[in-house]
Design a protein around this ligand. Sequence first.
Ligand SMILES: Cc1cc2nc3c(=O)[nH]c(=O)nc-3n(C[C@H](O)[C@H](O)[C@H](O)COP(=O)(O)O)c2cc1C
Length: 179
Amino acid sequence: MGALYGNPSLTGVEKTFSPDEIIVTKTDLQGRISYGNRTFFRMCGYSEQECIGAQHNLIRHPDMPRCVFKLLWDTLQSGREVFAYVNNRSRNGDSYWVFAHVTPSFDASGRTVGYHSSRRVPDRQVLSRHIVPLYKRLLDVERRSASPRAGMDAALGAVETLLKESRVGFNQFMFSLGA
Ligand SMILES: Cc1cc2nc3c(=O)[nH]c(=O)nc-3n(C[C@H](O)[C@H](O)[C@H](O)COP(=O)(O)O)c2cc1C
C-alpha cells in the first residue's frame, strides 16, 4: 500500500506525552478511525487526512501480543468497556505507551454505532514491572506456536490462568497493577 501504510522500521525511540493530555480517537464498527484529537495526530505522526477512514491498526506496534487486541474486541463487541496498556508505533518508527479506556458508543435505541478510546499516560512502574514482561511472555507464546491460531489460543490460555490466579477480571487486573 505504498510508503504511507508501510511497516517503517522501529527507531527504538519512545515518545511521551503530558499527564494532563488525553489521546482520543473514535472508530466505526469495523475499527476504522472516524475522529482523532490533536494530541493523537501529534503522537502518531499521521495527519488527520491520512487517519480518517484508515484501520486503527495503522499504528499497531509489532511487539504487541495479538491476544490483547482479541480480548479488547471481544469485550467491546459484547457491549462492555475495556482498559488496557497499549504500545503504539508512530509513523516514523518511534513508539509510545498508553493506558487506554475503550468503550462502545450507543445510539438512543441502545445500538452500538462505533467505539471510542481515551488514553492517558501510563504508570512507568506498572509498565516496567508488569506489563512489558507480561506482553513479552505473551508475544513469545504466540510466536513459538505452530500456527497463528494455536498461538492465539495458547496466549489467551495464559491470560486466563493469570486472571484465575489473581481472582479478577481483565479490567480489574489492569487496575490492580498500579495498587
Ligand atoms: C476505538 C478503538 C481504538 C483502538 N486503538 C488502537 C490503538 O491505539 N493502537 C492499536 O494498535 N490498536 C488499536 N485498536 C485495535 C485495532 O483495531 C486492531 O485490532 C489492532 O491494532 C490489531 O491489529 P491487527 O488485528 O491487524 O493485528 C483500537 C480499536 C478500537 C475499536
